[in-house]
Design a protein around this ligand. Structure first.
Ligand SMILES: [Zn+2]
Length: 214
């Protein structure tokens, strides 16, 4: 237990005597998706951790969305952007990242068990689209395949938008498919690490709630 600091807003709702849920569960569900996709927590110095989420330069809007979500979850801590080749790391130091993401542990995520705690599962169940969006924004994409067909002698182009999601962790894949089932999106596994959403109604649902990267 840590005593409440002067800045009440930066106190940790998980290990201080504050309401048990993070202050903004929708932002949390999104950030959880980003963390499970492209995030890691490391020890900076004794008792202080930093969260680092890798965001591709190609999607500046997603870098902003990531930084905003981190700031909402830790309003009293500064959010940094560190430029690397082809990507920016959105980072933020806090003692409390392991409180927010108890999945933190040694080794790669796909080499260890990843299970949500009950309070996290409740947030994901309450905000499944935020969670799905976070996972697509980190490890997914929307792609338009196209083909041509001859109709009445005329060559026409037909487009087939699809969503793909790639993750090496069967546990994270399971969390993703559970959330997709909850929101009524049909999916199929192309193989053990690649999922696709291709049915028209499901792609339309994903377009309404997630959309292309930006
Ligand atoms: Zn804490």
């Amino acid at each position: 237990m840590e005593p409440l600091g002067r800045n009440h807003a930066s106190a940790c709702p998980r290990c201080c005597d504050l309401p048990r849920d993070p202050e903004n569960p929708a932002a949390y569900a999104y950030l959880l998706g980003l963390y499970l996709g492209d995030g890691c927590i490391s020890s900076a110095r004794r008792g202080v951790y930093f969260l680092r989420i890798a965001c591709a330069d190609a999607w500046p809007g997603l870098i902003d969305a990531c930084a905003d979500a981190v700031q909402i979850i830790r309003p009293g801590n500064k959010v940094f952007r560190v430029q690397r080749q082809g990507c920016q790391y959105v980072t933020c130091h806090s003692k409390h990242w392991p409180c927010f993401f108890p999945q933190h542990g040694p080794g790669k995520k796909h080499e260890r068990k990843i299970a949500l705690e009950a309070w996290q599962q409740k947030i994901v169940d309450d905000y499944p689209w935020e969670f799905v969006r976070g996972l697509i924004h980190s490890d997914g994409c929307r792609i338009t395949n196209w083909t041509t067909r001859r109709v009445n002698g005329e060559l026409r182009r037909y487009e087939y938008p699809r969503y793909f999601f790639t993750n090496l962790s069967a546990d994270i894949m399971g969390l993703f498919t559970t959330a997709l089932d909850l929101v009524g999106v049909e999916w199929r596994m192309a193989n053990s690490r690649n999922l696709s959403v291709a049915r028209r109604a499901s792609v339309a649902l994903m377009d309404a709630h997630v959309g292309p990267k930006y």
